[in-house]
Design a protein around this ligand. Structure first.
Ligand code: NI
Length: 174
């Protein structure tokens, strides 16, 4: 490949790698994570996404990136080894998409608020309590790290429709 995202690209829906559970990021892996970040952010921005998990670009490590681009302002967030430690009873439905499912969206019900534990790029333990779009995104991306995709939260009927559309579109492009 001759672009500056190197050999990384977003894996699509039926790629079995998306179903693998990722490995905890150890202190020795932090340098590797830091090196991957610029490329991952670039891929995410180019694709117009607001979140990207490492396994989506074929990296089997437990971290993801988010940039909600709220009010057109970039705020890069990197979350390593996340663990959801609290979920609100209050649920919300929201139309979600995923870079591994181009042009496919579905209403997904999730807790409105979550509290997470994670480590930052310096390896320090952090906690974050959040709601709204960020909470939504964190849950979606944490799922990716466990091999869970957003379509797993909908009926198999709806999921099959989406999968068929994806396969059809892939055939058209190749
Ligand atoms: Ni996704």
């Amino acid at each position: 490949m001759n672009n500056d995202t190197g050999t990384l690209s977003v894996l699509i829906a039926n790629n079995p790698f998306l179903r693998k559970k990722t490995k905890i990021v150890e202190k020795v892996d932090l340098e590797k994570v830091k090196k991957l970040l610029p490329v991952m952010f670039e891929i995410m921005y180019k694709a117009g996404g607001i979140g990207l998990a490492a396994p989506q670009v074929g990296i089997g490590l437990r971290f993801f990136i988010i940039d909600l681009m709220k009010d057109n302002q970039s705020e890069k967030i990197t979350i390593i080894n996340p663990e959801i430690i609290e979920k609100s009873e209050e649920l919300k439905s929201y139309k979600e998409g995923c870079l591994s499912f181009p042009n496919q969206y579905s209403e997904i019900v999730r807790p409105e608020k979550v509290k997470i534990k994670y480590i930052n790029l310096e390896g320090q333990e952090q906690e974050m309590q959040t709601d709204g779009l960020l909470a939504r995104c964190i849950q979606h991306e944490t799922d990716h790290l466990d091999g869970i995709l957003f379509v797993d939260h909908i009926s198999s009927l709806k999921r099959n429709i989406i999968m068929r559309k994806i396969i059809k579109e892939q055939k058209r492009h190749h």
